[in-house]
Design a protein around this ligand. Structure first.
Ligand SMILES: C[S@@+](CC[C@H](N)C(=O)[O-])C[C@H]1O[C@@H](n2cnc3c(N)ncnc32)[C@H](O)[C@@H]1O
Length: 328
């Protein structure tokens, strides 16, 4: 039997499982959102105010009352609990790859949310079973972001909303991937400045929780990906190497189900070069139609925050290429 290299997903799952044990305090794990004025219904004394603000922002003007909602990569459930008590959906399901995060979510969320272990890239739900899909600060961790977008599209009902928000490398706002799956882009919004503002305000709380850890190496690691001012993830946003987007998206009313995946004799397998040319042509058409900027030369796609194991795999895979922003 040959040794298989561990997949990105298994590394990510183990990483979040370990973190759930070493840092259980956080119930929300994103970089947050802040605006001036801070136009929010969340009580100012809420300790995870800025992280919940990102949920509040991502769900802006989406009808959730009485809707069936799925949160993909719900982490430890703090965001799902907030959505349940604030917007009162009829049903809310949270799915996450990390069994330890799901365990924390089940143990600590008072609201009626169903939490399950599962993968974003193979959602275990029938077609068109939700009115809203939420995904916050997680898609950069997936093996294939495009596969997840196709899954989100599949489980959404026609006219359903996709509340999506994540950071990415500066040349990649993921609009092309979203449009090629068939989503309608209602609003394309960059929120990097809001994320930086939130991180500056939240940095003392984050740093204090990381500093309480006995292991020095772990403290530094968490500060690097946890958005503490002066550390890697924050500095990448501040330098414009990474950006944060929160587009508003909808599955069009008239959309047909995606064609079922074919067997081994797909076009791309039989004619890989032709399939590649078709993909470039299709993307160019989308860019022209929605006036999207042309992406610059290819760079390593590991977005921040990246668990260290994934970052080092990416570094070695991308060694001959430019690995933008990697200063470690
Ligand atoms: C940065 S956390 C964000 C969690 C939550 N959205 C929040 O804001 O608190 C990313 C989450 O994505 C989950 N995740 C990573 N890869 C995943 C995958 N392939 N499928 C489902 N969840 C995944 C991780 O386990 C982790 O809980």
């Amino acid at each position: 039997m040959t040794d298989q290299p561990p997949s990105k997903s298994s590394g990510v799952r183990d990483y979040f499982d370990r973190t759930a044990q070493s840092l259980p305090t956080f119930t929300v794990l994103n970089y947050g959102f802040s605006s001036d004025p801070e136009d929010s219904a969340i009580p100012a004394e809420e300790p995870e105010f800025y992280c919940l603000r990102l949920y509040e922002h991502a769900l802006r003007s989406i009808p959730i009352l009485d809707a069936e909602v799925l949160e993909v990569s719900c982490g430890r459930g703090g965001g799902a609990g907030f959505v349940s008590r604030t917007y009162r959906p009829r049903r809310l399901v949270g799915v996450d790859l990390s069994p330890e995060n799901v365990r924390l979510a089940q143990a600590r969320t008072a609201e009626a949310v169903e939490f399950r272990v599962g993968s974003a890239e193979g959602l275990d739900f029938p077609d068109q079973s939700f009115d809203v899909v939420i995904n916050i600060g997680a898609s950069h961790l997936y093996e294939s972001r495009a596969r997840f977008f196709a899954e989100a599209w599949r489980v959404l009902r026609r006219g359903g909303h996709f509340c999506y928000s994540d950071g990415c490398w500066a040349d990649d706002d993921c609009s092309e991937d979203l449009l090629s799956v068939g989503f309608e882009l209602l609003e394309r919004r960059e929120i990097t400045a809001n994320v930086l503002r939130a991180l500056r305000r939240d940095s003392p709380r984050r740093a204090a929780l990381f500093d309480a850890l006995p292991n020095r190496e772990l403290r530094e690691q968490y500060k690097n990906w946890g958005g503490v001012v002066g550390y890697r993830a924050y500095e990448r946003f501040a330098a414009g190497q990474t950006r944060y987007f929160s587009p508003r998206l909808r599955r069009p009313e008239a959309s047909e189900p995606l064609p079922a995946p074919r067997g081994p004799r797909t076009l791309s397998r039989c004619f890989p070069r032709a399939a590649l040319h078709y993909r470039y042509w299709f993307r160019a058409r989308l860019r022209a139609r929605y006036r999207l900027p042309r992406p610059p030369a290819r760079i390593c796609r590991t977005a921040s925050p990246t668990p260290p194991a994934a970052a080092s795999r990416c570094r070695s895979a991308c060694a001959p290429r430019v690995h933008r922003g990697d200063r470690s």
